[in-house]
Structure formats: C-alpha cells, structure tokens
Design a protein around this ligand. Structure first.
Ligand code: ADP
Length: 235
C-alpha cells in the first residue's frame, strides 16, 4: 500500500479551483519534488496533504500507519518566523507538540527526540542561541530538526532553500538527501527545477492538474519537461 494516495483530489478557495482532479501515489522511501509555475497549486496541495484544507472532491489516504499529525512540515519562511524570539532548543522541541498532546510539559522521551534531531542536523552546539540570531542556513537546519521531531516517516518541505546562498543551498540539499537515505520519505516544493531533477527520485509537475508525474530521469525528455527546462524557468 502507498504511503500517500490521492484520487481525483480537488482543492478550492471560494470560487477558485487551485488543485483539480489530481491523482498520484507516493511510496515509502520516495523523494518527490513538486514543481510548476507560480499559482500552480503546489502549496495548496501540501496543505491538503497536511489536512489543513478539506478536499472539495476526491480523497487522500495514508498507508503504513501514517497519521496526518505525524507529518513533519517545513513551511515557507515568513519574516515573522525569521525573527522568532526563542532558543534553538525550544524551537526544535516545539516539533514534539503533537506528541505531547494535552500534557502541560514535555516528557523526557520527547526531550531526547529533540536532542537526537539537533545532533542529526548538527545544530546541537547552537542550542542556547536565539533562533533569530542564526544565519538563514542555520535557521533552516533548526526547522528541519523541528520537523523531524514530528515524524520519522514523512517530511513535507515548502521551498526550503529560498534566499540561501549556493553553498548553503547545496549543503541543505545534501542533508535532505541523507535523511531520505535514512528512510524518511521527502516531498518538497521547489522553484529550482534543475536541482530538483538532480536530487529527487520523482517529479510531480503541477499546473492545477498533474502535468507530469514519474521518475526524475524521465522528466527532461517529457513534453512538459522539455518546455519547462528549455524555457529559461531555472529561477
Ligand atoms: P503555488 O504554490 O504553486 O505558487 P498556490 O497553491 O499558492 O500555488 O496557489 C494556487 C492558486 O490558489 C493560485 O491561483 C492562488 O492565487 C490561489 N490561492 C492560494 N492561496 C489562496 C488563499 N488563501 N485564498 C484564495 N486563493 C488562494
């Protein structure tokens, strides 16, 4: 059974259909990059997968015991988040919020999960620093560690490298690849199509509907891949 199966999924904002009749399956261990023009419905699709938007039609089902609240999510960075006045440790630990539920304090097991994921992303030494004093790349590592506290199974990443310089960008991609090799399924929205083709196993090209879904190596030779890659849309 697939980790995620979307069947005829449509998601709407009032009168506007942002995602229309989308069907695809994501297997455990996949690394899927979602690409497409601005307004193609990529972020909306992620919100659907997270259960933050109710399907207008169709369905999303989860296999392998995956629960929606056990999905690790790295949202698009906002200015407010960049200025968040909490320590690195507090930000990472807040990824355990869904595990904690109604209990007033985090358990020692949850604290250990936070410790382990700080080590995993090499931000342990920054634990007492204020999140807002970190560089953009460090902030993204902290947010990845936070997302991993919610999940060992599935990470949803929305434009994780936006605004980072090329060196930090390739470090972050290497980190995400490593997590995928360790067994975490990765679904990432990316503007950087060239990089997506090199890093991901599968490409999902959205244009309200699905324009392409398949192995990354088949994408450059597909009709939509040729148009998109050849059209100067590398930004
Ligand atoms: P992408 O992530 O591919 O840029 P989005 O999923 O953000 O695309 O947007 C898909 C469509 O839905 C766009 O036409 C956008 O204007 C519209 N849209 C996105 N968010 C909202 C919202 N909160 N309210 C109304 N329309 C929205």
């Amino acid at each position: 059974m697939a980790l995620i199966a979307c069947k005829g999924l449509s998601l709407r904002y009032e009168n506007r259909l942002a995602v229309e009749d989308v069907s695809f399956e994501i297997e455990a261990g996949d690394y899927v990059c979602i690409v497409g023009e601005n307004g193609a419905g990529k972020s909306t699709l992620l919100k659907g997968l997270l259960g933050l938007k109710t399907p207008d039609a169709g369905s999303i089902s989860y296999g392998e015991g995956l629960k929606q609240r056990m999905i690790g999510y790295l949202p698009q960075q906002t200015v407010v988040q960049k200025d968040f006045p909490a320590s690195v440790y507090e930000v990472v630990l807040s990824g355990c919020l869904n595990r904690r539920g109604m209990r007033p304090f985090y358990s020692s097991a949850e604290r250990q999960i936070a410790e382990r994921n700080m080590e995993r992303l090499s931000v342990g030494a920054l634990r007492k620093k204020s999140y807002r004093d970190l560089s953009g790349g460090q902030q993204q590592r902290v947010l990845l560690a936070r997302a991993l506290c919610a999940t060992e199974k599935l990470l949803l990443l929305d434009e994780p490298v936006t605004g980072l310089d090329p060196v930090v960008t390739s470090e972050l991609y290497a980190m995400i690849r490593q997590l995928n090799l360790e067994g975490v399924t990765v679904v990432m929205v990316s503007h950087d199509i060239t990089c997506a083709v090199h890093n991901a196993g599968k490409i999902l090209h959205m244009g309200t509907g699905v324009l392409f879904y398949g192995p990354a190596q088949d994408y450059p030779d597909s009709a939509v891949g040729r148009r998109f890659l050849g059209g100067g849309h590398h930004a």
